[in-house]
Design a protein around this ligand. Sequence first.
Ligand SMILES: Cc1cc2nc3c(=O)[nH]c(=O)nc-3n(C[C@H](O)[C@H](O)[C@H](O)COP(=O)(O)OP(=O)(O)OC[C@H]3O[C@@H](n4cnc5c(N)ncnc54)[C@H](O)[C@@H]3O)c2cc1C
Length: 500
Amino acid sequence: MAPKENIILPNTLGAIRSVNEIFRPESSEALFEMLPAAMRPHSQVSVISRGNNWGYGCSAPAKSGGLLIDLSRCREIRSFDRDHGIVTLEPGVSYGELAKFLEEHGDEWRAPVHGGGPDCSVVGNALERGYGLTPHTDHFGAVMSLKAILKSGEIYTGSLTKLGAGHLDKLYRYGVGPYYDGLFSQSGLGVVTEVTFRLAKKPEFLEMFYFSLDADEDLEAAVAAIKKSKQELGNVLGGINLMNRERCLSMMIDYPNSKIQSLEPLSESELDKFARQYKLTSWLIVGTIGGQKTIAHATKKQLLKNFKRIKKRTVFFNTGNRKLFLALAQFCQFMGFSQIARSIDTVDRAFDVLNGKPNNVALQLAYWKNLARPHTNQNELHPTRDGCGLIWYAPLVEMKPASVSRYTDFVKQASIKFGFNNLVTLTTIDDLCFDSTIPILFDRSNPEDQKRARLFYDYLLHEGLKLGFFPYRLSIESQEKFDFQTDLFKLDLANPSRYR
Ligand SMILES: Cc1cc2nc3c(=O)[nH]c(=O)nc-3n(C[C@H](O)[C@H](O)[C@H](O)COP(=O)(O)OP(=O)(O)OC[C@H]3O[C@@H](n4cnc5c(N)ncnc54)[C@H](O)[C@@H]3O)c2cc1C
């Protein structure tokens, strides 16, 4: 008989979820030893590596009940091959911990990073198929091999490990015979106990570019230029973000408390005023060029050529001119232009992230409609604990100018309809698709605002699908609305409700 206890798992969605028991092993060894007995009384077993799946469900499962396995205490970096840049991690290792380890033991390698900050799990993010801006941007794509325990208690490893050639399993992701590792991502097949990742080398030269488009009408031309650049320039050109003016402002200004309480979006005139203060235009394109100096310079030249016909303001921020920008920020602060100083500080912190040093610069976004925001310590942000309201809508958008226009029009109209500000980011996955992220931010302490946010999300999800847009990853509340699994393989799932 399963225990009857109800342990509530708060989350930024405001969804009510609970489990009957939580199991927190100290190490993978303890997990292997105790898991079969711990699982036995439960029909459902959900797993978290650190449980910071903010905006998608945090530590809560898609369906209440059963056992939650929390692997946040399994934090060993099991091996590191400095020559190859291959690292094997237990699930509890965070981005911050990996970055620190590399600083001490392999400074030539760059830790993977993303906007969720230093406390998220490298393994958990990869198993959700998350992504970032630094190479390798597709975090599951950087997985070389993994080890897991199945519901039966059996241990899964790659085929080469089974043959006794485990070192090759870490160097060649497909092994021999059928490739199964992918079945452990976005599924409830088992408990992944370690993952081997491939790291990217720190570039000799790193430069961030900012193109501010002068006119909304140039968006389509910009998409075409991004596509051409991604097709031509290979890995020296990193991921590229396209953000609209409102999305940029959400990282720079505080949302007025009176408007949080009255459930109103910022008006056009307020947006115009803030945009003027922060020198923002309708769209901002942010990306990186990183590599051997001569190659990076040639890449920059070609990139500028591809964007030549588009009217824009251009800023390059790199290891060389960084000090100059910081001095300028200090001067602006002194002269009372605090907005410009704040913008430079944001750019500088983003530069650190892109260099493999995670920080909270993007995580502050989750606090936009949090009335307790001024009392939070900026170095210890935790959106679940701090009562933030956030749901991510993260659809794939075909990289074609007309598709992007259709998508941005759709989101704009939907935002007006539901009374939210229109916060759009489009991030390149490759030269075929963008992943767009729309943060639906709300006051979690207000049930009416929660309801509005949920209706907005559902509308985007269902109406977006009709127009050909669908998320690469879903929240715990929407996973149950679709059928993803195939009947062709009868898998004995530990958690049948995850992406069911
Ligand atoms: C402002 C902000 C910005 C963000 N930016 C990004 C971004 O740029 N890119 C991005 O990808 N995400 C982003 N996020 C979303 C999210 O916070 C991260 O994806 C985060 O990495 C997920 O949490 P985690 O790493 O702790 O993984 P977990 O929450 O531990 O895991 C995620 C899910 O994977 C499964 N899982 C985890 N571990 C195991 C295991 N060992 N075995 C089997 N299944 C397992 C579980 O189902 C779990 O629910 C952002 C969030 C915020 C608030």
